[in-house]
Design a protein around this ligand. Sequence first.
Ligand SMILES: [Zn+2]
Ligand SMILES: [Zn+2]
Length: 212
Amino acid sequence: MVQVQTFVFNPFSENTYLLYDETGEAIIIDPGCYDRSEVNELTDFVQQHGLKPVQIVNTHAHIDHVLGVAALKRKYGIPFVLHKLDEPLLKAVKTYASNYGFSAFEEPEIDGFIKEGETIEFGNTSLKIIFVPGHAPGHVALVNDAEKFVIGGDVLFRMSIGRTDLPGGDHTTLLRSIRKEMFTLPDDYTVYAGHMEPTTIGFEKRNNPFFK
Ligand SMILES: [Zn+2]
Ligand SMILES: [Zn+2]
């Protein structure tokens, strides 16, 4: 059974997710750890639980979600993948990182691209990739049917949605992505978002003010 461990990192209070199962294999999603104590918090957890990270996967490439990629790639010698349409966003991070106070940001090398319809596999666990652009042009979410959850990134939040005023954002596209790809998931699926606490598909269909 897959476990979802949440870490809250960097001044944006970004949720980094470590997923692992009974085999001990793990994947790291959206590593936002920046300073040494944040990186250690994640790597200490991995060590204490005897886990073996095998891949870093990003839902999208905004700065708060990629701050820890390079350090963790180096630590574990594992590949980093994201959707091709977010490559320009990743390349842009170094141009504005110091404006946000992250002058030590190191741009990670991309090892491969993922796209909708494919699956991410580790241990006995499988995650379906869905394409949910709008907050970012190459934004994906990862769905686990066995345990009924989706790692949603910055698409759908509890009573809110992702902002679309950043480069590459588009409000109409975001609303369409949520209706077409998220709200067609079963109501009891948990949404682990890129910020704030988890929610469920059913709760957001009933209560999210952007869909009244
Ligand atoms: Zn974002
Ligand atoms: Zn974010």
